[in-house]
Design a protein around this ligand. Structure first.
Ligand code: GLA
Length: 384
């Protein structure tokens, strides 16, 4: 994220005037995947990569938005019927609409934005974009009356209502609440959260990006969510208090085995295990027991691959290489269907692991995975 770059493009693209610059990060997630929309726990952290936008109210009722990276320009109004068709602009439009629904008097503005969080890599570039605008509009038009919890929900509602992804709250929460050097353990039902300083001495966190982007990711994602809800509905006949899979255990799942599809059963089996793994990992972190953290990460990968079925050949391959190299923990990160693995690796194994991953992956798939060292950074902010 480069302030000078954003500013120079803003000035060039608009009338030479300047505005305010805001930024929000993407995220990693140590463990707790597909648990957020099941009322469970997640363990994300913001990263040092994200989105940056310059914004200046323009005295009209139109938003004039320029994507610096795509060199694409769109204008749209602020009423429901003004929704732009182009997908990147829908995020900004959606945030405007969700802020208006919450009583913020959003007016027209000029904006240019750019990002360095890779798109479609499971690092939440879209949440970074949503949080940037939610935070900015709150300051510029809302006198900061919307609190940070609600800003995260604005981003989530944008996904639901304007982008067709029925996501949970993890990505937007991590983007808004991120804190340098800390992971966040978040209870996605109550939104209670706790910062965990994360500085695993002798280990590194590294992402390996398979550069696989799945076109159908959003519909497959929504389908996973429906499976979870179907299992909850079946359980509610016996246990009316079950609101989410968070409230269920394996025995309750066994009870409905014959009433749900085999596929839905597998999805729920994964989620119930995963919610417990997050708790196990937070206990292990308190003890500084990174071996257990790593072992749970492998278990998550196995569940995501075999039960939740959101991995792919490339990600399974990267996971296998990690295992072969003695990497402490490795798993597919984020929604899945492509993107990255997150790896917890001992310092002394790092170079060998990265070299082998690059070489073996290239031999098999004809290209190299991208490598990102994780730096845990701050959440949404005004930059200057
Ligand atoms: C995507 C969603 C999140 C979460 C993850 C999987 O990133 O946006 O809400 O469900 O997938 O953990």
């Amino acid at each position: 994220m480069d302030i000078e770059h954003v500013r120079s493009r803003f000035i060039k693209h608009f009338d030479g005037s300047t505005g305010y610059i805001y930024a929000s990060p993407g995220r990693i997630n140590l463990i707790g995947e597909h648990t957020d929309y099941n009322g469970g726990f997640v363990f994300p952290g913001a990263i040092d990569k994200g989105m940056m936008a310059e914004i200046r109210p323009n005295g009209t009722d139109k938003v004039k938005a320029y994507s610096i990276d795509l060199k694409d320009y769109v204008e749209f109004g602020l009423n429901e019927e003004d929704a732009p068709r182009i997908s990147w602009a829908r995020y900004i439009f959606g945030v405007c609409r969700e802020m208006i629904k919450r009583g913020v008097d959003v007016k027209g503005f000029n904006t240019a934005f750019s990002g360095d969080v890779p798109l479609g890599a499971g690092m939440s570039s879209s949440a970074a974009l949503e949080s940037t605008y939610a935070f900015a509009l709150n300051e510029l038009f809302g006198e900061n009356k919307i609190d940070k919890f609600e800003l995260a929900k604005v981003g989530q509602a944008t996904e639901h209502n304007y982008c067709g992804v029925m996501c949970g709250i993890m990505d937007q929460f991590a983007s808004v609440f991120g804190k340098a050097g800390n992971l966040i353990r978040l209870d996605c039902r109550s939104l209670e959260y706790q910062y965990f300083p994360f500085n695993p001495e002798g280990y590194r966190l590294v992402l390996l990006d398979s550069v696989v982007k799945h076109e159908l990711a959003s519909s497959a994602y929504n389908k996973r969510r429906q499976s979870c809800e179907a299992v909850v509905a079946a359980m509610q006949k016996r246990h009316p208090n079950v609101e989410f899979l968070r409230d269920a255990d394996m025995q309750m799942l066994e009870e409905v085995k014959d009433e749900v599809s085999r596929e839905d059963y597998m999805r729920a089996e994964y989620v119930i295990g995963e919610i417990q793994r997050v708790l196990d990992v937070s206990d292990a972190l308190e003890r500084g027991d990174y071996e257990t953290v790593g072992q749970k990460m492998y278990e998550t990968h196995h569940g995501m691959s075999k039960l939740y079925e959101v991995s792919c050949e490339e990600l399974d391959f990267l996971n296998d290489i990690a295992k072969e190299c003695g990497v402490t923990g490795s798993r597919v990160m984020g929604g899945g269907f492509g993107g990255c693995t997150i790896n917890l690796v001992k310092e002394e194994l790092y170079d060998g692991f990265i070299a082998k991953a690059r070489e073996d992956f290239r031999n098999k798939f004809g290209r190299s995975p991208k490598v990102y060292d994780v730096v845990i950074g701050d959440g949404s902010r005004r930059v200057e």
